[in-house]
Design a protein around this ligand. Structure first.
Ligand code: MTE
Length: 330
């Protein structure tokens, strides 16, 4: 698609300053390779408004699988009534930088991820232990939640996830009273995630939540979508979903939860703190430094639609941020 001022190509929306910052980060990490022309694309892609590419290559039209390994019901209390984004779009238009920097690449490489056996390590301000993902599913069962997802790149989807509330797991783990945050770490294994060979971000990808955010009933550990296990590209076998925050908080392929007294350092906010905050609450009033967050493109729709404060979940979550300046704590 030709670029225009309102729809620039990724390379056009990444200013020199960001390249310099990234170069500085890579140098600090001892990873800067002067000849590696591809290094730039990491931040560029997340920051891109180039999400107007067609979501699906015509040759690839995956259909929702008919296998139903778990019995489940849709939670009416916590589900959106909006039309679902197609399975095809949800599973072929992805951000999973450890697999690929393009939107279609993760779907091509997602098969490399081996989701079983899978262990979740739990440590920090809690009794340390290792838990098998199927044990978690047995403990908590699975339910369906239809959530809106709004990416910081200004596209959005409506996704029927399967999983269990993170709060159920945390209650069972009984972290100490010193636990004020939970750090969420994802898989580090270049054999399964080949793009971890390239130093576009410090791997593994790490996210984090304040404890009250983690305990909120909307905060979800997804193990499936459209009734079936998560495909690799969507974060198999276990990923975080925090629907009132930008999609990058939704860490994929989680291997560790660490309960901490201090706010953890998280990947995007460490690499580009002026662009990606720790909170990352969806907020149409706080623009990204390089584009507006007032509207979004719902995948499958033509007209842009207004972006809603907290992605439309304000009545559920606004109280968590009372007294906090959302423009400073973005
Ligand atoms: N988790 C990991 N491990 N690596 C990533 O690159 N991308 C994030 C988030 N989780 C990412 C990740 C971003 S930017 C978004 S918008 C969502 O995953 C996209 O999820 P989806 O591909 O299932 O739509």
């Amino acid at each position: 698609m030709p670029s225009s001022p309102s729809n620039p190509k990724p390379a056009e929306v990444t200013p020199e300053a960001l390249y310099a910052k990234r170069r500085q980060f890579l140098q600090q990490a001892g990873l800067f390779v002067a000849t590696s022309a591809g290094l730039g694309t990491g931040l560029t892609a997340l920051s891109s408004l180039g999400s107007a590419d067609p979501p699906v290559k015509p040759a690839e039209r995956p259909e929702a699988p008919t296998e139903r390994p778990w019995s489940f019901q849709r939670s009416q209390r916590w589900s959106s009534r909006e039309p679902l984004t197609t399975y095809e779009a949800i599973t072929t238009y992805n951000n999973y930088y450890e697999l690929s920097l393009t939107k279609s690449g993760p779907a091509e490489l997602g098969y490399l991820l081996r989701p079983r056996p899978w262990t979740l390590r739990v440590d920090g301000e809690v009794k340390p232990q290792s838990l098998d993902v199927d044990t978690l599913i047995r403990w908590f069962g699975v339910e369906e939640r239809v959530y809106r997802m709004r990416c910081i790149e200004a596209w959005s989807m409506v996704i029927p996830w399967l999983g269990f509330p993170l709060a159920a797991l945390i209650r069972r783990l009984e972290p100490t009273s010193r636990a004020k945050y939970v750090e969420v770490t994802t898989l580090l294994d270049p054999a399964q995630l080949p793009n971890q060979e390239s130093p576009i971000l410090p791997w593994p990808y790490v996210e984090g939540l304040r404890m009250d955010e983690a305990m909120h009933p909307l905060t979800f550990m997804a193990v499936g979508l459209y009734g079936a296990p998560l495909p690799g590209q969507n974060g198999a076998p276990l990923r975080l979903v925090v629907p009132w925050k930008y999609g990058f908080k939704g860490a994929k392929s989680i291997v560790r939860l660490r309960f901490t007294a201090e706010q953890p350092s998280t990947t995007w906010s460490a690499v580009a703190p002026d662009e990606y905050g720790f909170y990352a609450n969806v907020n149409p009033e706080v623009d990204h430094p390089r584009w507006s967050q007032k509207t979004e493109r719902r995948i499958g729709e033509i007209e842009r639609r207004p972006t809603l404060l907290f992605n439309g979940y304000a009545s559920e979550v606004a109280h968590l941020y009372r007294g906090l300046d959302l423009a400073r704590n973005f």
